[in-house]
Design a protein. Structure first.
Length: 652
């Protein structure tokens, strides 16, 4: 009762002080959080079953695990086991976790005492990783899947494991405080288990009695039932006509007999394939679906819910890329590189030429792709090793006049560190790239993905952080990743799946990305113009060459191959020198180009060249027929002008 009594006493004291305030008087007091709010987090603030596994994997990362193995019991999903080889939890850490929901020891001085954070920085793990978790509710993301789970944990050199069996109390409309004024969120049964294996360390989490809704979701039940109904109805009436069968799936299980498969799995890998080969084959299979089921299918259309869950988790957790980090690309990798400018006013993307053998990371000192201080992080789910399903492909997809895909890279150290933290949110530093290809595969990778301390829960934002400029075609051809190496953390909402869009850090990144997109689109427009001009020039060159060839053919037909057509020169005005050349037999025609009313200087020059080639060819043909020999120059020039006027009318 002491806790409740002390809270009531504090409230009464504050009320008396408020009543005692003099006119225009004031009092400063700290705001506190009602325990009822924190108790509600176990009711499920996360949106998808994948969120629970993502949070547990992130906890393992913060505990310096280098390997996480998950067994989901697919396609039955009776229970899920998550095992990691991190530092494990001492009884003190476990006790703190149980008694402080929403009060994680991470990022606190208490964490140093408990050994959950680095001695040098409360923002890092023991090995020096930047922490993903913040407030200690990630463990309770499991309420999305079950109310019943077990934690088995051990630290190195301990001669015992600690087991905690947790039963959550959730979905209660009225949360009632106990005698001490605390709100219960469940019960825990703690057991000490002796062991002789002093070197063992890590944490196992066993999710038992999964909710039916979670099992149905992971098993894609709604989709299978919709397809079944569609097959039993006349599809011409539009009934459920938008449901498509997944190309790849884990099979469908009978609801009454969960050991029975109603349909066999269809997976893009073989049983003998190794874990890292399986995920790569999954990625390649989706990429290969382009042009089959649709112009560019979504993963949701190609995959069932379980495989889509693996895909989403692989995007979110801090694993390696399926090929290599985008900043490990070199100038010789077949992609045109450009550097983004931080200039707010007239920033332009400039060509980036790296020294031989140097990567983007080494040239810019990129922090986001530095080696992991704990030695790497591997996540294996059901014998499938997850990798970021993002590839900076040097191969162009779709119809385009460009020769290579484009990669725009940038790095920004903002001035927020110079602003008071309560106004600017503290320091902010980030690195980013924009990848352009006519078709982004898969379609969900078209957008902006923001990683904070190597992790993400937001996936790709297809609105490009609410980009308002009308660039629909080019935006569909872009993939953007932002790596926040310092800051933005406070802008993450409690579920880490969205941002507080009014936070200064988010606003700064949003504006920076929008400027970067404009730089990329401006560069693309300029390149498209250059390509178009080059195409027109090539076409005109072919036309001019064919005119000269035709003159040679006519001359050879009439005069044989022993002589060549006379040289023809066009001048704006005949002077004494050109008159002398005329008397020596050179065909010099006085002519002023009639295409000078064209506005574009490039187009005007090109039209003038074409007109010149055409007139020279005309004079050459007339000469082949002997018509220039007896015709005075003023008559010849008048004839050329009149014939050319006919061409001009045709061009118009």
């Amino acid at each position: 009762m002491a806790t409740s009594t002390s809270k009531i006493a504090a409230e009464d004291e504050l009320a008396r002080e408020i009543r005692a305030l003099a006119p225009e008087g004031s009092k400063r007091e700290k705001l506190t959080v009602d325990d009822r709010v924190l108790a509600r987090v176990t009711d499920g603030i996360y949106r998808q079953p994948s969120s629970a596994l993502r949070e547990l994997i992130s906890n393992a990362y913060d505990a310096d695990a280098t390997r996480v193995v998950v067994r989901t019991d697919a396609p039955r999903f009776e229970r899920i086991v998550i095992q990691d080889n991190g530092i494990g939890m001492s009884p003190e850490v476990l006790a703190y976790l149980i008694k402080h929901i929403g009060g994680s020891s991470k990022r606190t001085q208490r964490g140093k005492h408990l050994g959950t954070v680095s001695d040098e920085s409360i923002l890092k793990s023991k090995s020096g990783r930047k922490l993903i978790g913040k407030i200690g509710i990630g463990m309770f993301a499991v309420s999305q899947l079950t109310q019943h789970f077990q934690i088995i944990t051990k630290q190195k050199d301990d001669d015992f494991y600690t087991s905690a069996i947790v039963v959550l109390e959730t979905h209660s409309e009225e949360l009632l405080a106990d005698e001490d004024g605390e709100f219960r969120t469940g019960e825990v049964l703690i057991t000490r288990i002796p062991t002789n294996d002093l070197n063992a360390q890590g944490t196992d989490i066993i999710l038992m009695n999964l909710r039916k809704a979670a099992k149905d979701d992971l098993g894609s039940l709604d989709r299978w039932l919709a397809l079944e109904e569609e097959n039993n109805h006349d599809v011409t009436d539009g009934y459920l006509g938008n449901v498509v069968a997944p190309v790849f799936h884990i099979g469908r299980i009978a609801q009454d007999k969960r050991s029975e498969l109603l349909s066999q799995p269809k997976l893009p890998w073989e049983d003998q394939d190794l874990p890292h080969q399986r995920f790569k084959k999954l990625y390649d299979a989706i990429a290969n679906e382009v042009g089959k089921t649709s112009a560019n299918p979504t993963t949701a259309a190609v995959l069932d819910n379980y495989l889509k869950m693996l895909w989403d988790i692989s995007l979110a957790v801090p694993v390696e890329y399926i090929d290599k980090h985008p900043f490990d690309i070199k100038s010789t990798d077949g992609i045109d590189l450009y550097q983004l400018s931080n200039n707010k006013q007239r920033g332009q993307a400039s060509p980036l030429i790296l020294p031989e053998g140097e990567t983007i990371a080494s040239a810019f000192g990129m922090e986001s792709c530095t080696p992991d201080p704990a030695g790497g992080f591997q996540v294996i789910i059901d014998d499938i090793e997850l990798k970021h399903p993002i590839r900076i492909d040097p191969v162009l997809r779709g119809d385009t006049k460009h020769n290579k895909p484009l990669l725009f890279v940038g790095k920004c150290i903002t001035p927020f560190s110079k602003v008071e933290a309560n106004r600017g949110g503290g320091g902010l530093e980030f690195e980013a790239y924009i990848y352009w290809n006519p078709i982004i595969t898969p379609k969900e990778n078209n957008g902006v993905l923001i990683r904070v301390n190597s992790a993400s829960g937001t996936l790709f934002d297809e609105t490009f952080l609410d980009y308002r400029v009308s660039e629909l075609t080019r935006l569909k051809q872009m993939m953007v990743e932002v790596y926040v190496t310092k800051g933005l953390d406070p802008a993450l909402n409690i579920d880490r799946e969205s941002f507080n869009s009014s936070h200064p850090h988010y606003q700064f990144i949003k504006d920076w990305i929008h400027r970067a997109i404009r730089q990329a689109t401006n560069r693309l427009k300029a390149m498209n113009k250059e390509v178009l001009e080059a195409h027109k020039e090539a076409r005109n060159h072919i036309h001019r060459t064919s005119l000269a060839t035709h003159v040679d053919t006519v001359w050879e037909k009439l005069h044989g191959g022993d002589s060549s057509p006379p040289e023809v020169e066009l001048v704006q005005q005949v002077d004494l020198a050109t008159e002398a050349q005329r008397r020596q037999g050179k065909l010099i025609i006085e002519h002023v180009a009639s295409t000078l009313n064209i506005q574009s200087p490039t187009a005007r020059a090109r039209a003038a060249e074409t007109e010149t080639a055409r007139i020279k060819a005309l004079v050459g043909v007339l000469a082949a027929y002997g018509l220039t020999e007896s015709m005075p120059y003023h008559r010849l020039e008048a004839l050329i002008r009149d014939i050319n006027a006919i061409y001009q009318q045709g061009d118009a």
